[in-house]
Design a protein around this ligand. Structure first.
Ligand SMILES: Cc1cc2nc3c(=O)[nH]c(=O)nc-3n(C[C@H](O)[C@H](O)[C@H](O)COP(=O)(O)O)c2cc1C
Length: 206
């Protein structure tokens, strides 16, 4: 039986292929298992770098990533799942960062970080984490492409007034992009809803 198998070139090729596939799968699974912690740590570090764009590393003294809690909220145009990071200085909470996802993007969801100072509920800054908007049109929400996102820093629900928290095309204070209103509208709305969550005193313990 064995000798007829070894003599059969098709069976031999099949067996060789099967052995290579088996060891290939084992190798892949091992590499994945061995690197999973490194990959998770890389993702955490990339997230921290993004957070540091709005919360300077020397402006807090707690474990920012470790402070994250998840909330389930109901707010206009944003996904229910919201992550909240607490920014502490000498054990006093001075700011919160909301990680929210707008569901109103042109090409799907837009995830962003919205940092809010708790003293006056003004914005520390806003940064986009991920989006699928059209290059050259909707991607001007990225700092690498345009300064547009920087305009939020220092703004609050009083400045401009809450009624003005819309793009200009909808009668609000925030400019849209030439030929692209949907993306900036989605971001302005999500930032406004985040400010409302902060104003409602949404606690990271809720
Ligand atoms: C191929 C294509 C891609 C587009 N991508 C975007 C986009 O990423 N963001 C956006 O706001 N508008 C995009 N637009 C334009 C929108 O369809 C829309 O015309 C524009 O946002 C103006 O919206 P408004 O009519 O509500 O003012 C795209 C249009 C086309 C044809």
């Amino acid at each position: 039986m064995i000798s007829s198998l070894t003599l059969n070139p098709i069976a031999k090729a099949g067996l060789t292929l099967g052995v290579f596939a088996f060891f290939g799968v084992i190798l892949l699974a091992s590499v994945q298992w061995l690197t999973k912690d490194d990959i998770a740590e890389n993702i955490r570090q990339r997230h921290l770098v993004k957070l540091h764009e709005i919360i300077a590393p020397d402006s807090y003294d707690n474990d920012l990533l470790g402070s994250m809690t998840e909330l389930n909220v109901t707010a206009d145009g944003i996904a229910n799942a919201v992550k909240v990071y607490s920014v502490l200085q000498r054990e006093k909470e001075v700011a919160k960062v909301f990680e929210v996802t707008s569901l109103e993007g042109y090409s799907g969801s837009i995830s962003m970080l919205v940092g809010v100072n708790l003293e006056d509920l003004s914005l520390r800054g806003v940064r986009i984490i991920s989006h699928k908007e059209t290059p050259g049109l909707g991607d001007k929400i990225e700092t690498a492409k345009d300064d547009w996102i920087f305009q939020f820093t220092g703004k609050s629900l009083n400045n401009p007034s809450v009624e003005q928290w819309k793009v200009q095309k909808d009668g609000g204070a925030f400019d849209q992009f030439t030929g692209a209103t949907i993306t900036p509208r989605a971001v302005v709305n999500a930032v406004r809803e985040s400010l409302k969550l902060a104003a409602e005193g949404v606690s990271s313990n809720e």
